[in-house]
Design a protein around this ligand. Structure first.
Ligand SMILES: [Zn+2]
Length: 487
């Protein structure tokens, strides 16, 4: 199935791509050896087998020679770190560029019937019926949900009744740290984005050294199946922080992630900088994302990641009141965050070579800390998936001593069921708020699925048809909202 990826352009990027911190990490001298040189000649990104439900590793290339390569012309010249292993079918680095032709997409390899036995989490509820879910019953794609709907009003009341005190900090203004120096200097706000302040409730690393909480943000998206195929081939599991409005675009994909055993967590509905929003707007972002995940999977996520890492104590308190625990990514200092910056290849802000340099620097930092780590990566664009499956993951799998790679729940030494309200083991994972105050996110709420007509052809195929058209709307939303998010 071919999606209209060509519509995505650099113009869409400002909405999502502005979170990156500078990545001047420590050098990892042992890995700095050779700059690569073999010129990539094959146009691998257009060589994908079409329509296959590929089960082999890597995304799409056939016949390409795996090799590091010289930077694409026009890109900043960055020496490519030597890697311990590269996927034999990796897209050549020189072809992983902003203006690369859209690679063929692959359908998900499995769909699941309503009522199917859920993933390997014991006591998980049956999988919901996707034919009962209509995108028209949810807020607009990639746009902040209105706060006057009955659903949001209910969640606002539940937050009020949760017993959690919400600090009275006013929202920050667009423009990030420089535009908000009063907030930056107010240490009681504990604003991670500007200074890296964390609270004990923030998960920022895995406790055990050499343990890697593998995470991918901003999907589900057209190239997510390529990542899922590679992860399955390598018997790897990850945490996916999903954007609610994209989950409704790709509900079958979300079900596959869940059924394969990956952890599903919240990444808001429209990917805003949360500290710029009002309390009510934040509640709407969390509530709708929890709801779509519950409606598609039958379980309510207990973990979330702030878009752009934008969290302060007001956002923390609202998340806590909605039973959401934050997972950020590891940060050693202002210039050493575990951010690959992979998201920015698509817009031409960075190069694949630089992303591998960032990865190499992360590996250098891994050896300098006494805990495990969590890295920021994305599955929204093909370039990020190509770098992950072609280079970063093969290199990580060859690392010695070996990394223990898994979802964040696993790296926190918890059972997978602790990822969700309905399957949580309260003895190992006490909830942020008491059970009596747990917000109700239920399927079939007023205005949801059943309210609008689902075409008679819906079902497995219908779900993917919906996904295709939904993604076009996502793109429209991205383009329309391109200048809305300024942090
Ligand atoms: Zn994100």
């Amino acid at each position: 199935m071919k999606f209209a990826m060509a519509v995505i352009s650099a113009a869409a990027l400002p909405a999502l791509a502005l979170a990156s911190q500078p990545n001047a990490f420590y050098h990892h001298a042992a890995r700095q050896a050779s700059a690569a040189s073999s010129a990539a000649t094959s146009k691998a990104s257009s060589a994908a087998p079409s329509g296959s439900s590929a089960t082999s590793s890597a995304s799409a290339a056939t016949g390409s020679t795996a090799a590091t390569s010289a930077p694409a012309s026009g890109a900043t010249s960055v020496a490519t770190p030597s890697l311990l292993s590269i996927n034999p079918t990796a897209i050549p680095l020189a072809s992983i560029v902003a203006n690369a032709p859209s690679a063929s997409t692959h359908s998900i390899t499995q769909t699941f019937a309503a009522g199917a036995a859920p993933s390997d989490i014991s006591s998980a509820p049956p999988l919901p019926d996707l034919s009962k879910i209509s995108p028209s019953s949810y807020p607009a794609l990639d746009k902040p949900p209105p706060t006057d709907s009955p659903e949001v009003q209910q969640w606002i009341n539940e937050v009020k009744n949760s017993g959690v005190q919400i600090p009275g900090f006013s929202p920050t203004i667009a423009g990030g740290c420089p535009a908000n120096m009063n907030a930056v200097n107010d240490k009681s706000r504990c604003w991670w984005t500007c200074g890296g302040c964390t609270r004990d409730t923030d998960i920022v690393a895995c406790p055990e050294k050499m343990s890697w909480g593998l995470t991918y943000d901003d999907g589900p998206a057209p190239y997510t199946p390529d990542l899922l195929n590679y992860l399955s081939d390598q018997k790897l599991l990850a945490t996916f922080f999903v954007v609610g409005s994209r989950a409704i675009s790709y509900p079958a994909m979300l079900q596959q992630e869940y059924q394969l055993g990956h952890q599903i967590a919240v990444h808001t509905w429209s990917h805003p900088s949360l500290t710029t929003l009002t309390n009510e707007e934040i509640i709407a972002e969390f509530g709708w994302t929890k709801k779509i995940i519950k409606d598609v999977l039958g379980v309510t996520p207990l973990y979330w990641r702030p878009p752009f890492g934008d969290i302060d104590d007001r956002v923390r308190a609202i998340a806590k009141a909605m039973n959401l625990t934050p997972i950020i990514w590891t940060r050693i200092s202002a210039t050493a965050t575990f951010d690959t910056d992979d998201f920015n290849i698509h817009g031409g802000v960075t190069s694949a070579q630089q992303v591998l340099q960032n990865w190499d620097n992360i590996l250098g930092n891994v050896s300098s800390i006494n805990t495990g780590f969590i890295v920021l990566e994305h599955d929204l664009f093909q370039q990020s998936v190509e770098v992950a499956t072609g280079y970063i993951l093969p290199d990580a799998l060859a690392h010695q001593p070996p990394f223990k790679i898994g979802p964040v729940t696993t790296c926190m030494n918890m059972p997978a069921g602790n990822s969700y309200l309905e399957t949580n083991d309260n003895s190992t994972n006490p909830l942020p708020i008491s059970a009596s105050a747990v917000p109700t996110i239920s399927p079939g709420a007023p205005g949801s699925a059943q309210a609008s007509g689902v075409s008679s052809g819906s079902g497995k195929n219908g779900a993917m048809t919906t996904s295709t058209s939904g993604f076009a709307v996502v793109l429209a939303g991205l383009l329309a909202g391109a200048s809305a998010i300024l942090l």
